[in-house]
Ligand binder design. Structure first.
Ligand code: G3H
Length: 482
């Protein structure tokens, strides 16, 4: 139990607390409560960030890069010391397995370390001069202003910190709203934030989206909006800004990444990769494979092996060794997933694995749904959960059409051996998605790789170096040499 202390203390007015439960397994219990801030309190947090930025004249944006890095390193040391606590909360609050929770924590530390390294590099290049057509110029990088950073519940640490720390390191001041699930695990880090950064540089808020973030956007005082979540959430919030042309947005949004299994694919490898691709963290990854497009000639053997592998996965609570399927943090999610499966079944598909679609509180047993056709919701809607639609195709052209016509364009995977055929598909897909994975699942990492997408899947590019660019602007100092 206990309430979450939101920093700074004077913003911590407890109103209508929201209770955050553990994912609903047999050991469900109340973990804690968080205060919901009013719009006025959220605006106070924003004004603190605006004051600390002070139109670029504040101590933080004017600080030497090396000094800013020192503050972040102080935070890193404190964060490392809270590893056990944060990892435990990742398991309890969002239901991520222990190995994956540990990985998320360690990967986040590495990401911040890499961002510092990239910043030093950027800083060195900023002191160089270029000379062209009788003009000598220095290209500096200046912070952008006040950043609002929001992350998703599936990576409450890694994805939010992948924008938060580049923003801070570049000299912006920040308002940070933790994810709906994943708010309690920030608690052990609040003191570290308070002790590592000057007042107003980082401000943590929590509350209902429309009331808190909505008010911040309407104020027009947010300069960069870093949001990883749904298209709907992003567009509703973005349009509240009174001067959209002055708002820089970096968005990681919905996806429907297909896994394409060609007739000559190594089936064992394809099954192994598609299992983790579709089901790690119960499919709650924006980069998950959300649809399998299987060539008709191998549909039967593929499905047989794939379903057998699904049935071997062990369900349980996240801290139990060997478990890979866990309860979902959103209790309503099982009803939503059931609706998707029912829609497909009503239109002629079947759940082809024996345990598919069984529920126990918020646990939903992975359902392999086959054959999925274009008229079913599962063909185009992002399920973000343990339902695996499988479609068959005869000609590669059908697959190309599917990708081209998709509303989304984050990533895809191709499984096969014929390099000429794969080459043709790569050519067809290069301007459709942000990343093409060959004989392996879709994923974001390594975190230093550019992370982006086309169409409705993203705006801007994230990653260590790209994020530093997102949160800064190049300023030229130019002089005539002749
Ligand atoms: O939820 C979207 C994440 O960016 C996925 O990251 O591919 O490392 O699991 P991941």
């Amino acid at each position: 139990g206990g309430e979450l202390r939101i920093w700074p203390g004077d913003l911590n007015v407890v109103r209508s607390p929201v209770f955050v439960n553990t994912p609903r397994g047999p050991e469900q219990q109340k973990l804690g409560a968080t205060p919901l801030l009013t719009s006025k309190e959220s605006l106070d947090a924003l004004h603190a960030a605006v004051k600390a930025y002070d139109n670029g004249r504040g101590a933080w944006p004017s600080m030497r890069v090396a000094d800013r890095i020192e503050h972040v390193e102080r935070f890193l040391a404190a964060m490392r010391a809270r590893r056990t606590e944060v990892v435990n909360l990742l398991m309890w609050e969002i239901g991520k397995t222990q190995p994956d929770s540990e990985k998320e924590f360690d990967r986040t530390i590495d990401l911040i370390v890499e961002t510092i390294r990239a910043l030093k590099e950027l800083d060195r290049s900023a002191s160089r001069f270029v000379q062209e057509q009788g003009i000598m110029a220095q290209i500096r990088r200046a912070p952008f202003g006040v950043a609002l950073c929001m992350g998703p519940y599936n990576y409450p640490l890694n994805e939010t910190f992948s924008t938060l720390f580049p923003a801070l390191l570049m000299g912006n001041t920040v308002v940070f709203k933790p994810a709906k699930f994943g708010v309690l695990l920030i608690r052990p880090l609040l003191e570290a934030f308070r002790d590592s950064f000057p007042p107003g540089v980082i401000n943590v808020i929590y509350g209902r989206g429309r009331e808190t973030v909505g008010a911040l956007m309407e104020s027009g005082l947010v300069d960069v909006f870093a949001f990883i979540g749904t298209n709907r959430g992003a567009s509703e919030l973005k349009k509240l800004h009174p001067r959209p042309h002055r708002l820089r947005a970096v968005l990681g949004l919905d996806a429907k990444n297909p896994g394409i299994i060609l007739p000559d694919a190594d089936l064992d490898n394809a099954v192994k990769e598609c299992i983790t691709g579709t089901l790690s963290f119960n499919g709650q990854r924006c980069t998950a494979l959300k649809l399998l497009l299987v060539h008709r000639s191998i549909a039967e053997p593929f499905l047989e092996r794939f379903c057998a592998a699904v049935e071997r996965l062990k369900p349980g609570m996240p801290w139990t060794p060997g478990v890979s399927l866990t309860p979902l943090p959103e209790p309503e999610k099982t009803t939503y997933l059931r609706g998707l499966v029912d829609d497909a079944v009503a239109k002629g598909a079947r759940v082809v694995n024996p345990s598919g679609g069984r529920t126990n509180q918020s646990y939903f047993s992975p359902a392999v749904v086959y054959p999925v056709t274009a008229d079913m919701r599962l063909a185009s809607e992002e399920q973000f959960g343990p339902v695996i639609p499988v479609m068959v195709f005869d000609e590669d052209e059908e697959v190309v059409r599917f990708v081209v016509n998709s509303q989304f364009g984050q990533q895809l995977s191709i499984f096969g051996r014929d390099s000429a055929r794969i080459g043709r598909l790569i050519d067809a897909f290069s301007n459709q998605v942000g990343r093409i994975n060959l004989n392996c699942q879709c994923q974001r990492g390594p975190d230093t790789f550019p992370f982006n997408g086309r169409k409705d899947s993203a705006e801007g590019t994230l990653s260590v170096a790209d994020a530093l660019r997102v949160f800064s602007i190049r300023t030229l100092v130019a002089a005539k040499t002749t």
